[in-house]
Design a protein around this ligand. Structure first.
Ligand SMILES: Cc1ncc(COP(=O)(O)O)c(C=O)c1O
Length: 465
C-alpha cells in the first residue's frame, strides 16, 4: 500500500495520509499493447468484484434493482479510500495552504503539494507543470483567457507566441465537447482570429487528410480530444501533434475521457497543454488539472488574478509568481486535490494498463451487442476500425433517447441521454440526441449484457420490435 502523502514526514497517526487502498491485485507491469495494437493486460471478474467492494454506492438498489452504473463518462463513482481521505482532511488537517505560519497550515500545504506531485507523476509531468483548476472546462478557459490577455499586450515579449489577431487561426475538430469548443469560439470573437474545424469521416474518425489541409501557416492553436465522449474512439494524437508542431502551432489535448481510462504520458504525447477532470477518475467534483509545458506556463499571462498568485502588489501594479501558482488565485480546493491524489493511488494500484484492457473488452461487448439489435445504430467507428474505450452512444429507431434512458432506469441501469455537451458531432451524424452507456473499472460483463438486453426489450415495449 502506498499513501498519497509522505508518511515519513507526516504524523504517522494522521488519517489523511493513511487512507487505505484496499485492493491488492498484484498486477503485472507487462506490456500494454501487443504487436497488433490490442491491449494485452486486463482485469478479470474476480478482480472486478473486489474492486466493486471498494465502492459503497455500488451496493445500493435503484427502483428495486441493483444499481448498474453505466454513466462514468459523465462522472465516476468514488472508492472508500478517496471518500475517507477527503473526510480525514477535514477532521485532522484542515488549514489554509501556502499562508499560515502554524503547524497545521504546514501539514496541509505538504499534503496539497504532495498531491500535485502524485498527479504530475501520473501523467508524466513535472510538479510545476500541474495547475489545479475546478475542472477541465476551467482549464481550457484558463488557456484561452491567458491568450486573450496576451493578445491585449499582457505578458511582454515572452507572451508573444500567445498573441492572436485577425488572420490567425484556431483549429478544433468536429467531435469536441463544448468545453473544448465554446472557449475557442469566444477567444476568436475577442481577438478577431478565425476558428476552423477538422472534419470527421462517416465512421466518426478524424480525417487526417482534412487536418493536413486545415492546419497551415496561419494556425496558432490546435485543440482536440484524446477520446471523444460521444464516439468513444481514441484519436490520432501523434499525427495531429506532428501537423500542429510542423507549423509552430500549440497543441491543447482534452484528456477528460482518456486520463481516467488509459495510461497517458503527456510528455511522450508531446502536447503543449492538456486538461482533465478529477470527478471522472474516482475523485470528488471541484478539482481538475491543467498541464502545461513549464516554459509555456511561465510565459502565459494569468487568467484569474488576486491573492496567492503574486509576489509584490502595489496600488497600481502587481508582479506574479511563477507557474503553477500564478494560475491559482484565491483559496484553493485543497481537500479535493488531496482526494484526487488518493484516486490516482487507487487507479495505479489496479493498473491503468489493466483498466484499459478491461474497458476495451467491455466496450467491444457493448458496441457489438448494441449494434446487433435491429434498429439500433451505434455512433463512432467500430472496434475493428479504431481503438475504442468502454463507452457507446446509440440511437434506437423510433424511440427517443430520453425514453430509452427512462426504460433502463426503471431497471436500475443508469445511462446518459441527450447531446452530452457535444451538439456539433450529433449534428454531423444527423441526430439531436443519443443514449450513452459508459463503463469503468468497476463494471462487469453481466452489467453490460443487462444494458444490451434492456435496450432490446425497450424496442418491444415501445412497439418497435
Ligand atoms: C471530452 C470531454 N471534455 C471536457 C469535458 C468537461 O469536463 P468538466 O465538465 O468536468 O469540466 C467532458 C465532460 O463530460 C468531456 O467528456
Amino acid at each position: 500500500m502506498r499513501s498519497h502523502g509522505d508518511p515519513r514526514r507526516a504524523d504517522s497517526r494522521h488519517p489523511a495520509t493513511e487512507a487505505p487502498v484496499t485492493i491488492d491485485l498484484n498486477h503485472p507491469t507487462d506490456t500494454t499493447m501487443s504487436a497488433a495494437g490490442a491491449r494485452t493486460a486486463t482485469l478479470d471478474e474476480a478482480a472486478v468484484e473486489r474492486i466493486r467492494g471498494d465502492f459503497p454506492i455500488l451496493s445500493r438498489t435503484v427502483n428495486g434493482h441493483p444499481l448498474v452504473y453505466l454513466d462514468s463518462g459523465a462522472t465516476s463513482q468514488k472508492p472508500r479510500s478517496v471518500i475517507d481521505v477527503e473526510r480525514a482532511y477535514y477532521e485532522f488537517s484542515n488549514a489554509a495552504v501556502h499562508r499560515g505560519a502554524h503547524t497545521l497550515a504546514g501539514e496541509a500545504t505538504e499534503l496539497f503539494e504532495n498531491a500535485r506531485a502524485t498527479v504530475a507523476r501520473f501523467v508524466g509531468a513535472a510538479d510545476d507543470e500541474i495547475v489545479w483548476t475546478s475542472n477541465a472546462t476551467e482549464g481550457v478557459n484558463l488557456v484561452a483567457y491567458g491568450m486573450s490577455n496576451a493578445s491585449l499586450g499582457r505578458g511582454g515579449k515572452a507572451a508573444e507566441r500567445f498573441r492572436l489577431g485577425p488572420g490567425d487561426e484556431i483549429v478544433v475538430t468536429e467531435l469536441e465537447h463544448h468545453a473544448n469548443l465554446v472557449p475557442w469560439q469566444e477567444l476568436a470573437l475577442r481577438t478577431g482570429a478565425t476558428l476552423r474545424h477538422i472534419a470527421l469521416d462517416d465512421a466518426g474518425r478524424i480525417r487526417l487528410d482534412h487536418a493536413a489541409e486545415v492546419i497551415g501557416e496561419r494556425t496558432r492553436v490546435v485543440a482536440f480530444a484524446h477520446v471523444s465522449n460521444v464516439l468513444g474512439a481514441v484519436n490520432p494524437v501523434a499525427e495531429l501533434v506532428a501537423l500542429a508542431h510542423g507549423v509552430g502551432a500549440l497543441v491543447l489535448l482534452d484528456a477528460c475521457q482518456s486520463a481516467p481510462h488509459l495510461p497517458v504520458d503527456l510528455r511522450a504525447l508531446d502536447v503543449d497543454f492538456a486538461v482533465f477532470s478529477g470527478h471522472k477518475m474516482l475523485a470528488p467534483t471541484g478539482v481538475g488539472v491543467l498541464y502545461g509545458r513549464s516554459e509555456l506556463l511561465n510565459a502565459l499571462p494569468p487568467f484569474l488574478t488576486g491573492g496567492s498568485m503574486i509576489t509584490t502588489v502595489g496600488l497600481t501594479e502587481s508582479e506574479f509568481l511563477p507557474a503553477p501558482m500564478r494560475f491559482e488565485a484565491g483559496t484553493q480546493r485543497v481537500s479535493q486535490a488531496i482526494a484526487l491524489a488518493a484516486a490516482v493511488d487507487y487507479l495505479e494500484a489496479v493498473g491503468l494498463d489493466r483498466i484499459a484492457g478491461w474497458e476495451a473488452e467491455l466496450g467491444r461487448r457493448l458496441h457489438d451487442g448494441l449494434a446487433a439489435i435491429p434498429g439500433v445504430r451505434v455512433l463512432g467507428p467500430s472496434p475493428a476500425e479504431a481503438e475504442r474505450v468502454g463507452l457507446a452512444s446509440f440511437v434506437v429507431a423510433g424511440i427517443h433517447a430520453h425514453d430509452v434512458g427512462q426504460f433502463l432506469d426503471d431497471r436500475g441501469i443508469a445511462v446518459r441521454v441527450g447531446h452530452h455537451c457535444a451538439q456539433p458531432v450529433h449534428r454531423r451524424f444527423g441526430v439531436t440526441a443519443t443514449t450513452r452507456a459508459s463503463a469503468y473499472l468497476y463494471n462487469t460483463v453481466a452489467e453490460v449484457d443487462a444494458a444490451v438486453e434492456a435496450v432490446a426489450d425497450a424496442r418491444v415495449f415501445f412497439g418497435e420490435a
